[in-house]
Design a protein around this ligand. Structure first.
Ligand SMILES: C[S@@+](CC[C@H](N)C(=O)[O-])C[C@H]1O[C@@H](n2cnc3c(N)ncnc32)[C@H](O)[C@@H]1O
Length: 227
């Protein structure tokens, strides 16, 4: 899977994907994440990416030209790969998008190529959204200063679902929100060594060696997500 992120603050994202299982997956090229500076797609010497909103009002808007250029370039770059039909899926991260969920992450993890647009200031020119964006996603009902943190959330949650990233896909099945028949189910309590610490003991069943009993106990301890 290939993920391209368009941002005006590439430094914010450069390091964040180099840790843990995601870092390893990128190293092994199971997931290919690239960060692109929107200013590289400008033509003027000041590399201007924003301008005032038509009609007045506070703040600035990311201009259409660099975003059109960046998205068209990234789509073309993928299409030229030999013998592969790359369908690029363009996502704009915005509080006005649909609420992000594990189910959406699972759908996205099956795609070949995702392009993420990180907004800044008051957002991006509507014509980019109308013409080039396939999906708009919000990571929650609050307003952040930019789309970079939402992009980190989306890339991390999607990448761990790509086959080969976690190592054993079975691990994903028990995770919170991952039961397709009941998305409100959360993970069970976990314990590790020592079996007693400061007088605090772990549930006996976990040391019984009886896997059917352990599974029964774990199932009974799964809590439910309350909205
Ligand atoms: C200050 S916000 C703009 C908010 C916009 N004017 C509004 O009221 O909906 C700047 C950028 O941060 C990103 N952003 C902020 N909150 C977000 C959220 N909850 N989910 C996804 N992206 C968000 C978007 O890319 C947005 O364009």
């Amino acid at each position: 899977m290939k993920i391209d992120i368009i941002t005006i603050f590439p430094e914010m994202l450069n390091k964040v994907f180099s840790f843990g299982i995601l870092g390893k997956a990128i190293e092994k090229r199971i997931v290919d994440v690239k960060i692109h500076d929107l200013r590289d797609f400008t033509d003027d010497k000041h590399k201007k990416v924003d301008d005032r909103p038509f009609g007045g009002g506070p703040g600035m808007i990311l201009k259409p030209e660099p975003l059109f250029k960046a998205i068209e370039y990234l789509k073309k770059q993928r299409e030229t790969k030999k013998d592969q039909s790359y369908d690029s899926h363009v996502i704009f991260l915005t509080p006005q998008g649909k609420s992000y969920s594990q189910e959406i992450a699972e759908g996205l993890s099956k795609l070949n190529h995702i392009i993420l647009i990180c907004g800044r200031y008051e957002g991006i020119d509507q014509r980019v959204r109308d013409e080039l964006v396939d999906e708009e996603i919000s990571i929650g009902n609050y307003v952040l200063s930019g789309g970079e943190i939402p992009a980190m959330v989306l890339v991390d949650s999607v990448a761990r679902l790509v086959p080969g990233v976690i190592g054993n896909e079975e691990f994903n099945k028990d995770e919170s929100f991952s039961d397709p028949n009941n998305r409100t189910k959360l993970d069970y309590p976990q314990y590790t060594r020592p079996s007693e610490y400061k007088g605090l003991k772990i549930p006996e069943v976990l040391q019984s060696g009886n896997h059917s009993e352990i599974n029964k106990w774990r199932k009974s301890k799964k809590t439910t997500f309350l909205t």
